[in-house]
Design a protein around this ligand. Structure first.
Ligand code: NDP
Length: 450
């Protein structure tokens, strides 16, 4: 049987594009379908516009800190519309970059929503294509839980298009997105109320890191309402009224325009035609084996539509591993240990490896030693602020291996990326100790902890 394509990819986001380009570089005939702009969530509605707005949100602190260094007071104001249009212009530029990259890689882009008709046939609008192998890389979209009026709440995607700066926002959720948006909006000058159902944000991260971020966010002026349940959202002329229940008492909070729900994401598998194949789902995600293969043996899936980690670099790596395995003659597996990640809150946080609790659960508390440093970095001395940096190493005393590194503080993402290499290589605490620090820096604390 001959097919039009060796590989057809559904979804031109981070994972899909990476796999398509790598497969084409190995000589495969590759097509890719996308029903939206190229680049997926990361470029269009996630990492990229978010990070640009995080940068924008941090200027007021810098203006203020500068006075501690002798600069005169700055009276700067934000032109929200200009910020949004500049961010969107950058996203459009990146869409063009992806288009050219796919073109020069000889990947055929077909615009439209793809639907599987059988294990080898895909319909995109009026067109039907056939492929030997198919990769599903359709990503995920925000979940809207069953709360009366939840349809009134925006999801994070919409924030990048808001024509006017919201004065007061109620944010629902305590995960990455809600916490990052809370800090970003607060920095931009919006009043932020974040409602979480447990006592602390960022479940799953190291406890000290969670506490440090949450404490700092509250100190900065964000109102976090813990152990609370949102029971209703009502739209009125005055704005959006969110009803919250906490400790048996109800509170009504009026937000001027926006309540933003960031309550997790679920795979975009609706209308994909999976029922016409043997592909299986579990808890809303496509089930794949360690080779990214679904129950239909010629169909694969990578990225946020599977139940693996929902991070752009993970999807990219999965896509490349798959393409090298299928078309490059270099079969390999994606390894999910020691994947670093950052939370672009203010303060920023980043982490790699095991949390203290995970390490104790895996190795027992007798084997685990924690090294921790909490200090005010030099930058804040003249700025006159009590901002604290937290650094933490989790070490297995038996092997001396560093199992986890966690940081809250300026440039945490940049610093932990380097530390992640050492953890991937199996670095010991003795290796950290033998490394000469860069002075004066905050990062040197990672090699001087005793
Ligand atoms: P997360 O899974 O990180 O967080 C979801 C949050 O919603 C949790 O705080 C959870 O509470 C809460 N929640 C879920 N259901 C309900 C409910 N019914 N009522 C009240 N609260 C609820 O999801 P996000 O949407 O924030 O992010 C999605 C994914 O995107 C993340 O997993 C992450 O991988 C990725 N991402 C990565 C970023 C980065 O790398 N910097 C940035 C943004 C997103 P609880 O903790 O109590 O369960």
């Amino acid at each position: 049987m001959t097919y039009e394509f060796d590989l057809f990819v559904i979804g031109a986001g981070s994972g899909g594009i990476a796999a398509a380009r790598r497969a084409a570089a190995h000589g495969a005939t590759v097509g890719i379908a996308e029903n939206d702009r190229l680049g997926g969530t990361c470029v269009n509605r996630g990492c990229v516009p978010k990070k640009l707005m995080v940068y924008a949100s941090r200027f007021p602190d810098v203006f203020q800190d500068a006075q501690g260094y002798g600069w005169s007071e700055t009276h700067a104001t934000l032109d929200w519309q200009q910020m949004i249009s500049k961010v969107n212009a950058e996203v459009t530029r990146l869409n063009g970059v992806y288009e050219r990259m796919l073109d020069t890689s000889n990947v055929q882009v077909i615009q439209g929503r793809a639907q599987l008709l059988d294990a080898h046939t895909i319909a995109i609008g009026d067109r039907k294509v056939t492929a030997d192998k198919i990769l599903i890389a359709v990503g995920a979209a925000p979940v809207r839980p069953n709360i009366p009026g939840i349809e009134r709440a925006l999801v994070s995607d919409a924030l990048f298009e808001l024509p006017k700066q919201p004065q007061r926002v109620v944010l629902l959720g305590g995960g990455y997105i809600a916490s990052e948006f809370a800090c970003m909006l607060h920095g931009l000058g919006t009043e932020v109320i974040q409602v979480i159902r447990k006592d602390k944000i960022l479940r799953g991260f190291d406890e000290d890191l969670r506490t440090q971020i949450q404490t700092a966010m509250i100190q900065h002026g964000i109102r976090i309402i813990p152990n609370a349940e949102v029971t209703q959202i009502i739209q009125s002329e005055a704005g959006v009224t969110v009803t919250i229940h906490q400790d048996g008492a109800a509170e009504l909070i009026l937000a001027d325009v926006v309540s933003l729900a960031a309550l997790g994401r679920r795979p975009n598998t609706d209308y994909l035609g999976l029922e016409n194949t043997l592909v299986e789902m579990a808890q809303g995600a496509i089930v794949v084996d360690r080779h990214h293969r679904t129950a239909e043996t010629n169909i694969y899936a990578v990225g946020d539509c599977t139940s693996k980690i929902q991070l752009t670099p993970v999807a990219i790596n999965e896509g490349r591993v798959l393409a090298d395995t299928l078309f490059g003659g270099t079969p390999r597996l994606m390894h999910y240990d020691n994947i670093p990640t950052a939370i672009f809150t203010t303060p920023e946080a980043a982490t790699v490896g095991l949390t203290e609790a995970e390490a104790i659960a895996q190795y027992g508390s007798d084997r685990i030693k924690v090294f921790q440093s909490r200090f005010r970095s030099m930058y804040y001395t003249l700025a006159g602020k009590d901002e604290k940096t937290l650094m933490k190493l989790v070490v297995d005393q038996e092997t001396d291996k560093v199992l986890g590194a966690h940081m809250v503080g300026d440039h945490a993402a940049e610093i932990i990326q380097g530390i992640a290499i050492s953890l991937k290589m199996g670095a010991t605490k003795a290796n950290f100790d033998a490394t000469v620090g860069i002075h004066p820096s905050a990062a040197e604390e990672f090699v001087t902890m005793r």
